[in-house]
Write a protein that binds this ligand. Structure first.
Ligand SMILES: *Cc1c(COP(=O)(O)O)cnc(C)c1O
Length: 412
């Protein structure tokens, strides 16, 4: 009997060809900073409306200075995992600063947000447990539940009744309910107060990934959970990332001493990885200072958000329901979204198209993000270019209905 074993690389190439045919290829572009909120792509300087550097801190002189000074005295690499001699004073100071800022007892550093989510979920739940998640949660939360080997139940986006049904289906199982605080591709804020009440009523533990809320929302930028007035008791597991509004790199889990002690022992992405460079921790301490105390950055961001929403409405451009710096422009078709993005690049703007599988089929969009480093004039020019690009790429009697796209509820 002859067996035809599939060739793995051939299969990968076939899949690549399919994605190319369907205009779904993703491409790594090498970019350079272009000053302010600009980047240089393929030799062309573009206003960058794609970055998660919401407060404009990634190039802030205080952060750069802190990084360089710490690297001069401590070197670059930490040399080991936290438990094996890699944990330095800068790490401890950063963990304390994060705990203070978020109003939690303790915080634990992870190398990335992806790993923080794998670590927190894997440290808390296992085979006999259930993890209930919003359908539009970040991929790392979904992967965390898959890797933990628990039962993963997903609920209709931002629908607390749907979440309640998923929890009620397994009343005997230990349960973790996990949600993004601000949804990364949609920009809306989770119904955190209601989710907290649900978890209290059903004896479930609530975990919030505030990657896009920290630094942006809440008093002193303490995030979406602080904005909702929720304590460590309400949201026992809080994840934040350092590579977005804080402008550096890395992530943390914050909560009670019991949580952190448990994760130090049992969170594999914490135990089995090299500690982040201590100079990065020092730079992030500086970033927290700037983020907390330069409130004008958040005020400016809020003004830019209002400007984009008013300007889009005045031009008949439909935006998704978001009050955060993530202001996606729905297009629907993947090829059309790509065409709009390319037109915008020609006019001097970097606004990438987000297509399946990052978003559900038929819900391709431009993921437009704002930063305190933008000027109002940048936003005006972007909106003018956007009207033209949408008119060309999305023909039809009414642009505003053609671009509104399908409803998100119940899909995905
Ligand atoms: C970006 C992001 C992550 C991953 O964080 P990294 O530090 O980039 O790995 C996790 N969750 C959400 C919601 C994110 O947007």
């Amino acid at each position: 009997m002859t067996r035809e074993r599939p060739d793995l690389l051939r299969r990968l190439a076939d899949e690549h060809a399919r994605r190319a045919r369907e205009s779904l290829l993703r491409r790594v572009r090498t970019v350079e900073p272009g000053g302010g909120a600009h980047i240089v792509v393929d030799g062309k300087r573009l206003a960058n409306f794609a970055s998660n550097d919401y407060l404009g801190l990634a190039r802030h002189p205080r952060l750069v200075e802190a990084l360089v000074r710490a690297a001069r005295s401590d070197g670059v690499g930490s040399g080991a995992a936290h438990l094996l001699g890699g944990h330095r004073d800068a790490h401890s100071r950063l963990e304390e600063a994060l705990a203070r800022w978020t109003g939690r007892e303790r915080a634990l550093l992870f190398s990335t947000g992806y790993m923080a989510n794998l670590g927190a979920i894997g440290g808390l739940v296992g085979a006999n447990d259930v993890c209930v998640q919003d359908r539009l949660n970040h991929a790392s939360l979904l992967d965390g539940a898959r890797l933990a080997g628990c039962t993963l139940k997903r609920y209709v986006h931002a629908d607390v009744a749907s979440a309640a049904r998923q929890l009620a289906a397994r009343p005997e199982a230990a349960a973790l309910l996990a949600s993004d605080g601000v949804f990364s591709m949609d920009g809306d804020v989770a119904p955190l107060g209601e989710l907290a009440a649900l978890c209290t009523a059903q004896d479930a533990t609530l975990m919030v990934d505030d990657a896009h809320g920290l630094g942006v929302l809440g008093p002193d930028g303490a995030g979406s959970v602080a904005e909702a007035g929720l304590s460590q008791h309400d949201v026992p597991v809080l994840v934040g990332t350092l590579g977005k509004a804080l402008g550096t790199f890395g992530a943390f889990v914050a909560g009670s001493s019991a949580l952190i002690d448990g994760l130090v022992q049992g969170a594999r992405p914490f135990v089995y990885t090299t500690a982040m460079p201590p100079a990065l921790a020092a730079a992030t301490c500086a970033a927290i200072d700037v983020a907390r105390f330069e409130g004008w950055r958040r005020d400016r961001l809020a003004r830019l958000v209002a400007h984009v929403r008013h300007g889009a409405a005045a031009r008949g451009i439909a935006l998704m329901a978001s009050r955060t710096p993530i202001q996606p422009v729905p297009v629907g078709d993947g090829a059309a979204a790509l065409a709009v993005s390319m037109q915008l690049a020609e006019r001097g703007f970097f606004v990438p198209a987000v297509r399946p599988p990052t978003v559900p089929p038929g819900q391709s969009r431009l993921r437009l993000t704002l930063s305190a480093a933008h000027e109002e004039s940048d936003v005006e020019r972007l909106l003018d270019a956007l009207v033209d690009a949408l008119d060309r790429a999305v023909p039809g009697p009414s642009r505003s209905s053609a671009t509104r796209g399908p409803s998100f509820d119940g899909k995905g």
